[in-house]
Write a protein that binds this ligand. Sequence first.
Ligand code: DQA
Length: 137
Amino acid sequence: MKLIIINGPNLNLLGKRQPELYGNQSFEDYFRQLQHNFSGVQLDYFQSNIEGELIDKIQEAGFAYDGIILNAAAYTHTSVGIGDAVKAVEAPVVEVHISNIADREPFRHDSHISAGARGVIFGFGLMGYELAVRSFL
Ligand code: DQA
């Protein structure tokens, strides 16, 4: 099983960014734990703050991996291009958000990703990524 986590803008600042919403742990630390806990899975990670780079990675991974775990962060709510990329690829995509986006500003209630996703996980903190990995097993 070969999975990739793709994180969008500002998620490189996890651990420093609004810890009351996103927690105190850096994604790199969390990702090392996740790789350790799922040692039978090839788990890769990509992060970018640039919309086109995220689309390029979804296109590339979408024909090379068994699944994509995608937190497109703010682009979730704005990017038709990322939503189209999710629909264009073969690999199933699980959409993840760390915070409970339904309990935040109204603009965060809409997602361009969800319609093309296999499922959506939000509100469980970083554990959402682990739940997403489990959904593929
Ligand atoms: C987020 C929620 C988005 O609304 C926000 O722009 C993010 C992170 C989350 O993981 O909770 O950057 O995707």
